[in-house]
Every structure is written in structure tokens, then in C-alpha cells.
Ligand binder design. Structure first.
Ligand SMILES: [Zn+2]
Length: 1085
């Protein structure tokens, strides 16, 4: 038997006023209804007739003719996918790959030997947390490295050093004497000490979102420029486990023109070496401008450590690491250079350099001289310097070797190689794409870390969202404080709180943090820092909202507004706070952190149902009452979830008052149907509609939920979805979508590596309790398993919110024995995506096509076909696109036609031998969020290399990852305005305000407002109904009402270079897919 729950929307145009057309939609309850629901149906209809919901829409429609971002890949650009197609990935033990070196006799002693420049680049790789915490590393090692560096570079006037991790330099700098600071300045000025990248950390490139990558880069760049006047020109990203195609664009926009990367598949390195493309111009798929390209160098050997940098033979290279510290294992084997051994030693090294240079075309190589946390002992400085000086002197004096060897920085290298390339006839290659997945040796794929510790990946997203939102609202509060000439009291504290939040979030972008690849106790240290950032952001948000809503009339610090979502500790997922309606009225404050109009149903938890909700116009707002369950079958008698419709303009704040009343509230109790149990316990005073529990005999019943746009079918035996129906344009299109939970069993997986025994097997045990909660505003199916709570919610909204299914999972790996298991959520769909093609985002910025690779050996087709996903992945054929949006980073794959899966957790007993030394067994109850959309598109015009989401998908994803933020206060004072509306008109749909934040100098003096805007690419031809944004200019003047045009400058991404002055905030020019960055300098604070 099929259970139907049906709502129809009937649209009636009510009034036309100027450009604004207000459409009222009455939700009515018509159509076929099985007998058993008739009582519910009548009540619902009665309720809706009394409580018409008004959805106000501007009739903005996307003009297909103006569809801005349809690009096609230039045919002559090689992609990393092309490269993969001609690569032999069958790699060998110990990372010994066939790199096409020249024969030694030709490379080092041939008759036509060309001059060779060798630049030795001393460096130390400094992880802000991995086996130890960031503080332990700093105190035990990093501060000594910096102390010694100043001393020794002062002593050795031709020695050089490069420094990447600004988090450490920033910390050290504050405790230095004037003299040391001056010496440091001298080193920078002389060019012997180079700041490379200049970000707060060296970020992971798989799981990070581009907004925060920019944030940590800006944080580093602003400080480096303020302190040293330096604008970094080369990026140094040698340890992240695979490389994204978005980073080169961000580095280039930030003023860097060169970059070095390290870890890409060793097979790919071999192929690139063969094609002489280990150095190439990295192009964006979508960009036709050469100014977006950046010169990239791929380190040819396996690692950045000394053993892997002098040439192909790591045993020879190891002999040229002269660190000799008593007690260390290498102590007895290291042979310093002497007059006796120099002849042989120099020859050995010379040959390695010549072999290395045979992989390049221009006769210049650089040789990194360092490793993790090197140069922490002062002796090492002397040991490396003195021995290399002897080698340089000897080798440079051998005219027949034609070698010139010296110390230098990475930019020295790029400058010299560019000169050499200019005079050579060999053109530089161009390449588009990315370098995932990464493999170092033994056919092991580093695709596990995309999904390791999802608790923290979700935590990071919640912090990102809140920090971005609070930075924006803080900047608006500052601008209005100047405009209104009213003091913003919280200004004393906000900059420090924001700075701490940025720094803590920045640390978490480190390539051993968000990746989940640190020791468990280090993970806790990160989590504590994330919690501080989370709380700080909320404090600033509350205070800014308080200032804007009260025009500074309330001095309460901290603010009177409490966050609705809190984290009790760093080990727990965020929890909704219970809101208590009062006689005086409790205010719920909703803030929209996006530049688009939000008409959305929102939820809050309340402890009574005898109240009314009044919006900012004092209109009585109807609400739906949903049950909160205390067990799988028992409804809480004191706590409820309520759902009501909110509408908030761009960056606006709306308040809703929850006031206890004596009369019947304007509310509707939802209906509960429970399956696979005989029990449903509801206290008699609760007025939920209910059916007799459906036990035996109902196992094969289909559960059907629908709104006016879409519908979905579920199996009552599992509570899992089986089908999607699209009902728009007066036709019904059905798409098979069977959602399943499975698990892989590890045969060698660890924090980094994914290595399953074979295909995924069933994960769910037993018959779940399945609950259906139905109401006028939303309907949902909840499946309660022993180890998993899975819920799918459909909103009865005529706009974009009604175009998707919201999926939430809570997974506990400890309830059942899930050791060495890697659970996945898989969609088996009817989409005929050819040969497993699918698309994943790269850091949320752009989308790249993935092609399924065949196996090296049995089962290897699983782990090597996993890719990182930050915000969404989709599969498509010529007609249908199925997109899974995500609220946290995961690994994803499409292993068979029509399949799309996300790995949602990992519990692993064993270490995977990449240095961590432990497995992953600190799993926590993890709550994750997704949206599912299905879109139909009737042509076969689709790309396989890159594409764009639809505009609807972009907007939904933006809303998922930037939810409406909720605060509340028991104080219902007239002083608190009902709303704050800074922008009357939303920005175009494709515009995303990446950041708007107040910049502060080291002494926390205000240094202007930073504004970064992204115009997103989107694919035309998909449905656009429900989109509520105009298609005209980007006008944000009202957000900053105290600013005149001549205070606005367009700059490089991190504001180190000015591009144009006198920019008009009423009409910002942002081309499709590009980022634009501005600094607004007016104001006294
Ligand atoms: Zn590292």
C-alpha cells in the first residue's frame, strides 16, 4: 500500500506595486488522499485556510541570454586528465618510479655539456601541529630555529633561508629585542631571507574551502607587509597530499607569480618528466586571460627532504645531509667533507645534480636543503653551511664540469630559470586541472584523509560560516557607527576576538589539521582552538546585532543575545538551545549572512506550545509543531521543534517575538506515523495526530512525501529513499535514487591511505524504527538504526527551499563493532553517467570532471577513484543531473554507472606508515548535513573536463553552507528594533560576498575594510524557478553608508597591491568566475 501525503500550492497574484510583484501562495490541501488521512487532511485544510502564508517574490528571472559563464575548454590546453590518460600508473615499491633521466655519461660528461646552475635552498618544514601540538613544536623547536637563523645568517653572509609558516614567525616576532628585529629586517632587505607563500599555514588543498584559504593568506600577508614591507612572490606548498587547481588561481591573484608543489602521483611525475613539463604554466579551465596563469614547479622526487632533492639516488643524497647531532641515529655514519674525501664526494653529488637537471630544459636547478623541523640545533647551521661551502668551492673550480653552485632562495631560482628559458628554444608547457589523487609508493592512494575525522571537518565548516558572518556584521556595525555618529562600545573587544578566531581557524587549515592526520591529542588541541573561534565569532555577531538593532542604546557586554546553536565542549557536536517563550516575549533574532533574499522555513526548539510568534511587522506567524523524541518511540512531553516561515533581505536582521498567550495559538500539530514497532508513546496532553503503529504487514509499504515541486518515495522497511519525482512544468519525471549506507573493510587503511579489502558491504543492522512527521510546512522521514540516525526533510516551499531534500545523519561508530570500517552513503541512481564520470568541486570554487580509472589490481579501482569534495559533487547524463551538496568535506566516488557515494566516517585500528604512528579511534558522534537535488536538462550539451552547477544549485549550496544564524534574548524591549535592513535590493544570484571584514594592524588599530567578491560560474539551461535575485549591478553602497567612492580601491586578492582607485561601490565590476578584492579606507576606527 502506498501512503500519500500531498500538498498543492495554488498561486494567486495579489497585487502589483511598481517593480515589486507580491505573490501570495496559499498552501491548500487537495488531491487524492487515502482514507486513513482524511481527518488530518481536513484539519490541515482548515488550518491553511485560516493561515495563508505569504511568500513575497520579486519577479526576477534569470535571462538566459545573459547567462554569463558558459565557457568551453580551449582545445589546445592539456589537462591533467589528458596527462592521466597517457600515464602508466603502475608504480613500484619504495617509490622507485621510472623517471626518464638521461644516461649519466651523457648528462654529466658528454661532449656538448651545457653550463649548470645549482641553487641550494636551505629550508625547514614546520607543521603547526602533527605529532605534537603547535605550542609544543614552537617551544621545543621553532623558536630556536628562528633564533639560530638570525644569528647564523648574520655570520654567513652568503647563506640564505626561506620561511613559509607565518603563524610561527608572528609568534616569535613579538618576543624579540629591537636588535634582533633589526637584524631580521636586514636579512629580508638583502633578499637572503625570503618569505614564501606568506600564509598563516601551508593549507591542505583537498578539504579546505576557498573562503578560508583566502582568509589565512590575507592574515599572513597583511602582517608580513605591515612588519617587513614584503609582498611574497613565490608559493611554497611542498607537503599537502595532492594539489588543487584552485590554489594556483588564488596565489596568482595574491600577487605571486611562481609556485612549487611536491606531492603528486609519482606516476604523473614520471609522465611529466618525460614530456618535459615538470615546470608549466598552470591555467584555469575557464580563463582566457594569461594573467591568471602561474608558473609551477613540481618537485621531481618523492619528498622535499634532503634524501629526495639532490638527484634520483636517495642513498647518495642522504650522504650529503651533514647534520650530526650526538644521540641521533645518523650520528656515526655522517662523514663531513674533508680534503681526502672531497674528490669522490663532489663527483657523486655533481652526478646527481646533472641527472636531476636532465629532467628540465634550461640548465638551472634548485636543491632544497632541509626537512621537517631542521636547523633546530645550532650546530646544524654550521655543519650544513661549512660542508656545502667546501663542495661549492671545489665544484665551481672544476671548469670541465661547467657548474655554478651557490645558496639562494626560491625566487632566486625562478628569476634565473626564467632568464634561461627566455634564451632557450624550448617553450614552457601549459596545463589545466589538478593533482588528485596522490600516491607515493606501493600503490597506496592517499584518498582516505578526504574523509578522516568528519567531526572536525564539520566543526571547521560551522566556524567558517560563523566567522565570515560575524566579520560582515561587525563591518556593517562599524560603518553604521560612523554614519550614525554613535559609539560602538564592543569595538574595544571585537578586534581581538576576531583576530583570535581567524588565527585559530587558520591553524586548522594546516595540512595535518583539517585532513585529520594528527595524533589524537593534537586533534583535541585543534578542537579547543576551533571552539574558541566558534565562541568568539558568536560573541561578535551578538554584539554587532545588538548595536544595529538598538542603535547603540544598549551597553550590555557581552550582548543580550544568546546563540541558538552552541557547543558545550570541543568534543561534542553543536546543540540547539531551547527557547522559552515568555509573557513579555522572547525575541528570536535571525541574521541572513548572504547577499540574497532568504525566504525560508526555519526551525527552533521550544519548551512550550502555548505562544504566538509575531514578526517584525507584528503579524501573527503560524507555526508547525514537530515532536522531539526521547527514544526511538517516545515523544518528549516538554520539548518541541517548531517550524515557521521567515523572510530576510540581504545581510538583514529580522526579529520574531515568542509570547505566551491564553488563546489557541496559531499553530498546527504535525502528524506522526511510526513503522516497524508496536509502540508510539505520546503524552495525552500533546495534540499530535497519530496513526496506530505500523508493524508487521506494512514492511513493504512505500512512504511518499511531496510538495508542489518534487516528491520522494521511501521504503518503510529501511526508511531509505528509493525514488525522486520532479513535478514542475506540468509533467512528472521520475528518477531512481536508492540511498544506501554501506561500509568498506580495511586491509591497510589509515589516517591518510584508503585501502579496502573489496567492495562495500551492508552497514546497517536490524529493522529500524521509521517515523514520518508530516505537517503543512515540512514533512520528513526519520530512520532510527542502532548506530545511525538518518533524516530526510522536505519543505513545502514554492521557492528554492522546496527544490531539495535536506539530509542529516548522526553516526556513532562505537555502538556496533565498526572497527576498521569506513562507512559510506551511496546513491544508486538511474543517471547514465558514462564510464563513471562525475564532477567534484575544488575547494568550493570550481568544478572538475573525474573519469574512472581502471584497477592496477583487484579492488584497486575503489580507492584510486576517490576524490575530495568540499561543497558538492554531481553525476549527469544528457537529461538529468543528480547533485549531492555537502555541509562538510568528504571523499567521494562514482564507482558504477549511476552511482555517487560519499565516505562519511572512518575508524581504523592501525597506522598506515606515513609517520603518524597511530590509527584513528577517537571517533565521536558525528552529525553531518547534505542537500540532494535532481535537475533536468534536455540537451546533450555537457562537458567532461569541467562544468558549472546550475544557478539554483549555487544558491542552494550557498544557503546550506551559510545558514540563517539565530540568536535569542528574553529581553523584549522597545529599544530593540524589530529589524535591520541594510540592503533594500539583493545582489545578483551569481554574486557571492566571500568576505567583508575590518582589517586591523598588529596594535589592533583599524586599517580599512576588506571586501572580496566572487561572481560564480553557472550553467545555463537548468530550471530557474524560485530564484529571487535581480540581474543587474553589484551595488553594496548601503552596506557601508559612510564611504565615498574615492575611499575605495581595487587591489590584489590580499590587498598588497593597488590596481585601481575611486571604485564605485554602487556598481562593482566582477567578471564571471573571477574574484575581485577591494580595500575601503575611510573611517577613524
Ligand atoms: Zn607538513
Amino acid at each position: 500500500m502506498r501512503l500519500r501525503m500531498k500538498f498543492r500550492h495554488r498561486a494567486i497574484v495579489m497585487s502589483v506595486a511598481g517593480a515589486l510583484t507580491v505573490v501570495y501562495l496559499f498552501l491548500s490541501y487537495t488531491g487524492f488522499m487515502p482514507k486513513m488521512f482524511s481527518s488530518h487532511k481536513d484539519k490541515l485544510k482548515e488550518f491553511m485556510d485560516k493561515n495563508p502564508l505569504s511568500f513575497s517574490f520579486k519577479r526576477w528571472k534569470l535571462n538566459e541570454g545573459q547567462c554569463r559563464a558558459d565557457f568551453s575548454v580551449p582545445k589546445d590546453v592539456t589537462t591533467t586528465q589528458d596527462l592521466a590518460d597517457r600515464t602508466d600508473f603502475n608504480t613500484y615499491t619504495n617509490g622507485l618510479y621510472n623517471l626518464p633521466h638521461a644516461q649519466l655519461k651523457d648528462a654529466a660528461y658528454g661532449p656538448s655539456l651545457k653550463p649548470l646552475n645549482v641553487i641550494i635552498v636551505p629550508h625547514s618544514h614546520l607543521d603547526p601541529g602533527w605529532l605534537e601540538t603547535v605550542d609544543e613544536y614552537y617551544n621545543r623547536k621553532v623558536k630556536f630555529i628562528l633564533d639560530h637563523m638570525v644569528r647564523k645568517l648574520h655570520l654567513y653572509p652568503d647563506m640564505t633561508f626561506i620561511w613559509a609558516e607565518i603563524i610561527f614567525l608572528h609568534r616569535w616576532w613579538g618576543s624579540q629585542s629591537k636588535l634582533i628585529q633589526e637584524q631580521f629586517h636586514e636579512l629580508i632587505k638583502s633578499g637572503r631571507l625570503e618569505i614564501v607563500s606568506g600564509g598563516w599555514v601551508m593549507p591542505d588543498e583537498a578539504s579546505t574551502h576557498y573562503t578560508t584559504v583566502i582568509d589565512q593568506l590575507m592574515e599572513g600577508h597583511q602582517w608580513v607587509y605591515e612588519t617587513f614591507g614584503v609582498k611574497p612572490t613565490s608559493s611554497w606548498s611542498i607537503d599537502p597530499f595532492g594539489h588543487s587547481g584552485t590554489m594556483p588561481y588564488l596565489w596568482k591573484q595574491s600577487g605571486m607569480s611562481n609556485m612549487v608543489i611536491g606531492r603528486i602521483h609519482q606516476g604523473t611525475k614520471g609522465r611529466m618528466a618525460m614530456e618535459k613539463s615538470l615546470e608549466f604554466y598552470w591555467k584555469q579551465f575557464w580563463s582566457k586571460s594569461e594573467s591568471d596563469d602561474i608558473l609551477c614547479h613540481v618537485m621531481p622526487y618523492m619528498l622535499y627532504s634532503l634524501h629526495h632533492t639532490c638527484g634520483p639516488d636517495k642513498f647518495i643524497c642522504a650522504m650529503f645531509d651533514f647534520r650530526k647531532i650526538p644521540g641521533e641515529p645518523e650520528f656515526s655514519v655522517i662523514q663531513p667533507i674533508t680534503d681526502k674525501n672531497i674528490v669522490n664526494k663532489a663527483k657523486e653529488l655533481y652526478e646527481q645534480y646533472r641527472l636531476k637537471s636532465s629532467l628540465f630544459t634550461h640548465g638551472t636547478i634548485f636543491v632544497p636543503l632541509g626537512d621537517d623541523f631542521r636547523y633546530d640545533h645550532i650546530e646544524e647551521w654550521d655543519q650544513q653551511y661549512e660542508n656545502y661551502k667546501k663542495l661549492m668551492k671545489y665544484m665551481n673550480s672544476k671548469p670541465e664540469w661547467k657548474i655554478n653552485m651557490k645558496f639562494g632562495t626560491i625566487t632566486d631560482y625562478f628569476n634565473e630559470m626564467k632568464q634561461a628559458v627566455k634564451s632557450s628554444s624550448f617553450p614552457m608547457q601549459e596545463l589545466s586541472g589538478d593533482f588528485f589523487p596522490y600516491s607515493d609508493h606501493d600503490k597506496a592512494y592517499w584518498t582516505g584523509y578526504f574523509s578522516t575525522r568528519p567531526f572536525d571537518k564539520r566543526f571547521c565548516r560551522e566556524v567558517e560560516t560563523r566567522l565570515r558572518a560575524s566579520e560582515i556584521l561587525h563591518s556593517i556595525a562599524l560603518a553604521y557607527s560612523r554614519f550614525w555618529k554613535i559609539d560602538y562600545k564592543f569595538l574595544q573587544r571585537a578586534p581581538r576576538l576576531l583576530k583570535e578566531a581567524r588565527d585559530n581557524l587558520g591553524i586548522f587549515l594546516h595540512h595535518d589539521a583539517i585532513t585529520g592526520t594528527s595524533k589524537a591529542y593534537v586533534v583535541e588541541d585543534y578542537e579547543e582552538k576551533l571552539l574558541v573561534a566558534f565562541d568568539n565569532a558568536i560573541q561578535v555577531l551578538g554584539s554587532a546585532a545588538q548595536f544595529l538593532l538598538t542603535k547603540g542604546k544598549l551597553d550590555n557586554i557581552p550582548s543580550i543575545f544568546e546563540p541558538e546553536l552552541t557547543r558545550a565542549s570541543f568534543k561534542q557536536a553543536s546543540m540547539h538551545q531551547k527557547i522559552t517563550p515568555t509573557k513579555e516575549g522572547t525575541r528570536l533574532v535571525l541574521y541572513n549572512p548572504t547577499s540574497h533574499l532568504r525566504s525560508e522555513f526555519v526551525e527552533v526548539i521550544v519548551d512550550s506550545v502555548q505562544f504566538q510568534i509575531k514578526d517584525s511587522k507584528r503579524k501573527d506567524i503560524p507555526f508547525q509543531i514537530n515532536p522531539v523524541f526521547t527514544s526511538s518511540t517516545e515523544v518528549d512531553r516538554n520539548v518541541f521543534e517548531i517550524v515557521f516561515l521567515s523572510e530576510i533581505l540581504a545581510f538583514g536582521i529580522e526579529t520574531y517575538t515568542f509570547q505566551i498567550i491564553n488563546r489557541t495559538p496559531n499553530s498546527f500539530w504535525s502528524k506522526i506515523v511510526i513503522y516497524n514497532t508496536q509502540e508510539l508513546i505520546i503524552a495525552p496532553e500533546l495534540k499530535f495526530e497519530q496513526e496506530k503503529p505500523r508493524h508487521r504487514g506494512y514492511l513493504n509499504e512505500a512512504i511518499f512525501i511531496e510538495n508542489g515541486q518534487i516528491a520522494a518515495e521511501f521504503k518503510s522497511i529501511s526508511g531509505l529513499m528509493t525514488k525522486w519525482l520532479d513535478k514542475t512544468n506540468n509533467k512528472t519525471r521520475e528518477t531512481k535514487i536508492e540511498l544506501e549506507f554501506k561500509q568498506y573493510t580495511s586491509r591497510g587503511s589509515g589516517a591518510y591511505i584508503f585501502l579496502p579489502t573489496g567492495p562495500a558491504t551492508d552497514m546497517l543492522e536490524g529493522l529500524p524504527v521509521v517515523r514520518v512527521v508530516e505537517g503543512p510546512f515540512c514533512t520528513e522521514v526519520q530512520a532510527v538504526y542502532v548506530n545511525l540516525y538518518h533524516r530526510v526533510r522536505l519543505y513545502h516551499h514554492p521557492g528554492v527551499q522546496g527544490r531539495q531534500l535536506l539530509i542529516q545523519n548522526a553516526l556513532d561508530m562505537f555502538v556496533l563493532n565498526m572497527r576498521d570500517r569506513e562507512p559510506i552513503m551511496r546513491l544508486e541512481t538511474g543517471v547514465r553517467n558514462e564510464i563513471g564520470n562525475f564532477f567534484t568541486d575544488e575547494n568550493g570554487y570550481q568544478f572538475i570532471g573525474r573519469k574512472r580509472h581502471s584497477a592496477h589490481e583487484q579492488f584497486q579501482s575503489i580507492d584510486r577513484n576517490y576524490y575530495p569534495v568540499t561543497t558538492m559533487a554531481f553525476i549527469e547524463d544528457g537529461k538529468t543531473r543528480v547533485t549531492l551538496h555537502t555541509g562538510q568535506a568528504h571523499g567521494a566516488a562514482s564507482l558504477e554507472e549511476g552511482w555517487l557515494e560519499f565516505m562519511i566516517e572512518r575508524q581504523l585500528l592501525y597506522d598506515d606508515e606515513r609517520g603518524l604512528g597511530e590509527g584513528i579511534s577517537d571517533n565521536k558522534l558525528t552529525m553531518t548535513k547534505y542537500m540532494l537535488t535532481v535537475e533536468h536538462y534536455d540537451t546533450r550539451d555537457f562537458e567532461d573536463k569541467f562544468t558549472f552547477p546550475s544557478m539554483q544549485a549555487n544558491i542552494l549550496n550557498e544557503f546550506l553552507n551559510n545558514p540563517i544564524l539565530k540568536l535569542y534574548t528574553p529581553i523584549n524591549s522597545e529599544i530593540v528594533s524589530p529589524n535591520f535592513v541594510p540592503l533594500k535590493q539583493p545582489l545578483p544570484c551569481d554574486i557571492f560576498i566571500v568576505a567583508m571584514k575590518s582589517l586591523y594592524k598588529s596594535d589592533l588599530a583599524y586599517n580599512g575594510t576588506s571586501l572580496v567578491i566572487h561572481r560564480k560560474g553557472y550553467k545555463c539551461g537548468y530550471p530557474t524557478q524560485g530564484l529571487q535575485c535581480p540581474n543587474d549591478e553589484v551595488n553594496i553602497a548601503d552596506l557601508l553608508p559612510d564611504v565615498s567612492n574615492n575611499d575605495v580601491k581595487e587591489t590584489s586578492l590580499t590587498h598588497l597591491a593597488t590596481k585601481q582607485s575611486n571604485i564605485d561601490l554602487r556598481n562593482l565590476q566582477v567578471p564571471p568566475m573571477e574574484l575581485k578584492s577591494y580595500v575601503i579606507t575611510t573611517g577613524r576606527k
